[in-house]
Write a protein that binds this ligand. Structure first.
Ligand code: ZN
Length: 99
């Protein structure tokens, strides 16, 4: 039951979240937090919007995966369609050096 050294360090590693698109666990800081505002999914760029969030790799491919799998409906627990066009615009409009 002793927790020293490497194990201890592991317990305090950066928090991880699962990408709703590709389902890969990634450090929270590398994922884009998304929140629902009415029937829209919007990027929470400052990480300050209230409510249930979903995490996504900031790539269009993961967004498309999430849309295809209807992952946003599950993540936000709503039955109806959600509009993720603002997330797409954000991802397409701000190319960034991921690596
Ligand atoms: Zn992903």
């Amino acid at each position: 039951m002793r927790r020293h050294g490497k194990l201890e360090y592991g317990c305090h590693a950066a928090p991880q979240r699962t990408c709703v698109g590709c389902r890969v666990r990634t450090a929270k800081s590398e994922l884009l937090r998304l929140v629902r505002v009415e029937d829209q999914v919007v990027p929470d760029l400052r990480g300050q919007l209230p409510g249930r969030g979903a995490s996504l790799h900031p790539t269009v491919s993961c967004l498309e995966l999430a849309e295809r799998r209807r992952a946003f409906l599950r993540a936000f627990r709503v039955p109806g369609p959600l509009d993720a066009s603002r997330v797409r615009a954000h991802l397409e409009g701000e190319p960034r050096n991921v690596m």
